[in-house]
Design a protein around this ligand. Structure first.
Ligand code: SOE
Length: 390
């Protein structure tokens, strides 16, 4: 059986998620296109790198990410480091002929994201795959929504309402990690999580062509956190801890127009008490409606206009074996999948793309379309006017 040697760059929160995917996809998708071999892991903190060898099962760790790029034994690379490092790493990896799965957003700057898209286009000529980790479009319920839309089950899309709400930075004492520093993250909520719902909205309703936005910061300074580990609000630092300014957004709302003529609105914040990973989408069409909430990710609510008057209304479909990826996850609806299975589905899609030599749906070209929307949202906030997505 074909083997693919994996290099992981960044062994933190997202590194763990990718390892869960690499380790588990053969268990679900057997027989697989290739078996992954966890070769080398890099982390900026060598102790975390060494720990990842024992914890995740890599053969070795390195304190220099270029060791992974320059290793002729490595076939595929996952990039799970902060946003400011993505472009340099991904471009170097693609030039070295490695297939790349890069965490989102593509980069901390529009120009670097463009350079990544160009590097991927060049590498694609040699059969190299470049994918961005927009996993939520792969939730079986979202794939089912896409099927219903493509089949015309809800008719022509009129409008899309999308939200991504989290609470982990609502407390002003949750620390100033790299996610609150523009020089590293590029943007706050807009780059970190609005990007997911932009991708999902474009997946379901086509390209966004125009936006008008507001972008705001609620907490202007946060306690400085020792060490680079991203604690995502799990720790509160109060008392004498020194604070430093936040220079990214906490919240963004924008109205969008789609190329199809559909209208929509997108909102995102990480300061919504009580909302954890609350990704909601409601789509209304001329013949029906679809509603989804990630906090109940195994469900899709649908309403079809053609149902008789006395029984028309939302009904809930529990995704399972009859739906996308359902035949390989768990064989009874209601057993349910979670974030781990979702990352497993994503990693399998990546490996399949690599072996088949076919770019995945979230390749760098598609992901760059998300960056274009982000860029237009930022511009619109400055100009206080509608901006084209260019
Ligand atoms: C933090 O907001 C975060 O980890 C994002 O960076 C991820 O993309 C999202 O899927 C979960 O939350």
């Amino acid at each position: 059986m074909k083997k693919l040697n994996v290099g992981l760059i960044g062994a933190g929160f997202m590194g763990k998620a990718h390892v869960v995917g690499y380790s588990n996809f053969p268990k679900f998708f057997w027989p697989v296109e290739a078996v992954p071999v966890l070769k080398t892991v890099f982390d900026v903190n060598p102790e975390i790198g060494k720990e990842a060898v024992a914890r995740f099962g890599f053969e070795k760790s390195t304190a220099d990410w270029r060791d992974i790029i320059n290793d002729s034994d490595i076939d595929v690379i996952s990039i799970c480091t902060p946003n400011d490092t993505h472009a340099e790493m991904a471009i170097a990896a693609l030039k070295a002929g490695k297939h790349v799965l890069c965490e989102k957003p593509m980069s901390n700057s529009f120009e670097d994201a463009q350079a990544m898209a160009e590097a991927a286009e060049e590498a694609a000529k040699k059969g190299i795959i470049a994918m961005c980790a927009y996993q939520y479009r792969r939730v079986p319920a979202i794939a089912l929504a896409k099927k219903f839309i493509d089949e015309g089950a809800i008719g022509k899309i009129l409008d899309v309402r999308a939200q991504y709400l989290q609470s982990w930075s609502a407390d002003p004492n949750s620390p100033l990690s790299w996610r609150f520093q523009k020089s590293i993250a590029g943007a706050g909520t807009l780059g970190d999580i609005a990007t997911h719902v932009i991708d999902m909205s474009q997946y379901l309703a086509g390209d966004i062509t125009e936006v008008v936005s507001t972008v705001s910061t609620y907490v202007n300074e946060r306690p400085i956190q020792e060490g680079g580990v991203d604690l995502l609000g799990t720790v509160k630092l109060s008392g004498d801890v020194k604070k430093a300014p936040v220079d990214v957004d906490d919240q963004t709302s924008f109205m969008v127009n789609f190329a199809s003529g559909a209208k929509g609105s997108i909102e995102a914040t990480r300061n919504a008490w009580g909302r954890h990973n609350f990704i909601t989408l409601e789509i209304h069409g001329t013949k029906g409606s679809i509603a989804f909430n990630y906090e109940r990710l195994n469900e899709l609510d649908v309403c079809f206009a053609d149902d008789a008057d006395d029984r028309r209304g939302f009904k809930t479909i529990h995704t399972g074996p009859a739906h996308f990826y359902g035949e390989v996850t768990w064989n009874i609806p209601g057993m349910n999948i979670g974030y781990g299975e979702l990352k497993t589905i994503e990693i399998h899609d990546f490996i399949k793309a690599v072996v088949e030599g076919k770019q995945p749906s979230t390749d760098f070209a598609q992901s760059f379309k998300v960056e274009k929307v982000v860029n237009a949202v930022a511009k619109s906030n400055e100009t206080k006017s509608w901006q084209p997505v260019l």
